[in-house]
Write a protein that binds this ligand. Structure first.
Ligand SMILES: C[S@@+](CC[C@H](N)C(=O)[O-])C[C@H]1O[C@@H](n2cnc3c(N)ncnc32)[C@H](O)[C@@H]1O
Length: 294
């Protein structure tokens, strides 16, 4: 049965020894689900996403119906160390709500991103149809917009380029490259779900010829006139040698996803030669670079 609201019991300071008994007890009280609230951290040095090992942890317990009135008293009596908070939230069709806010917009002058369920605006000269699914890259994020602008610039100087899109997400930049006249586009993403979504978007935009896979840079053949990578700055630092190797003579590299607070760190770690920095872009707290060889 779907109700107009659900209840969330947020529990903190749980010890690992209490976990099993506590979870079991929550289900006897009518809970429909228990989810650990994980803490993630990103180390400035290696940028791996690592779960902090913790002696105590937090979790959220969900109830579709109002839980028993004495739930909190009972919980405190059984486990006095656990801190708890009960809230109720309106049930919503989150996807439908989100879709309402995702409307057509120009990614670069003349080329509009149009959600699959929308009409094409009159002003659109060319269209990128978009079904984002669970992948990153609706085009609304600053990092994508910065990358799109620098990609356009790189392609203006290099018509009929061979393009490599690293971290393609929904495939938005790969499709843009095709619309801007790229002869051949190859896309990669570490996330198989992104590859699936990108493939769907390539079909939707009749650019099925774009090859997309989870291949690593070392597994991709040849050099490219334009390489674009909109990935978090730490990953760009890790991938820098592989990215630079893929840029052909007189080719260009577009880097996006450099956050303001780590710009200095990025400058210290990203070794420019044999490329040189020819343009930078900034939107809000994000930076992007256009580099060229030669
Ligand atoms: C910020 S999104 C960019 C998506 C899209 N290109 C855009 O501009 O909107 C970054 C993407 O890079 C992928 N990614 C992260 N690390 C990667 C790696 N080492 N190699 C390839 N892709 C990676 C993520 O899965 C994600 O889809």
């Amino acid at each position: 049965m779907t109700t107009d609201k659900y209840y969330r019991l947020h529990l903190m300071q749980i010890t690992r020894e209490q976990e099993d008994l506590l979870t079991e007890w929550c289900f006897t009280q009518g809970a429909s689900g228990v989810a650990e609230a994980l803490d993630f951290s990103q180390s400035l040095e290696d940028y791996s996403v690592a779960t902090q090992s913790q002696e105590v942890f937090s979790c959220d317990v969900f109830f579709e119906q109002a839980p028993p009135a004495d739930l909190i008293d009972e919980l405190r009596a059984r486990w006095p160390n656990i801190v708890c908070k009960l809230t109720s939230e309106a049930n919503q069709d989150w996807l439908a709500e989100w879709k309402k806010g995702f409307v057509p917009f120009p990614l670069v002058p003349g080329i509009w991103v149009v959600p699959r369920w929308c009409e094409v605006p009159k002003e659109a000269e060319q269209v990128i149809w978009m079904e984002p699914g669970m992948a990153f890259g609706t085009g609304t994020h600053e990092t994508t917009q910065l990358a799109a602008h620098l990609l356009k610039e790189a392609l203006t100087k290099r018509p009929h380029a061979r393009v490599l899109d690293v971290g393609t997400g929904t495939g938005i930049l790969a499709i843009l490259a095709k619309l801007l006249g790229a002869k051949e586009v190859i896309a990669t993403d570490i996330d198989p779900e992104a590859v699936r979504v990108a493939q769907e978007n390539f079909v939707l935009n009749t650019v099925e010829e774009i090859e997309v896979s989870t291949k690593e840079l070392s597994e991709i053949h040849g050099e490219f006139d334009v390489v674009v990578a909109n990935i978090i700055d730490g990953v760009l630092i890790v991938l820098q040698n592989g990215l630079k190797k893929k840029v052909s003579d007189e080719g260009a590299l577009v880097l996006s996803g450099i956050i303001d607070e780590r710009l200095q760190h990025f400058k210290e770690r990203f070794v420019l030669p044999p490329l040189k920095l020819v343009e930078t872009g900034r939107e809000g707290e994000w930076h992007a670079w256009l580099l060229e060889r030669g």
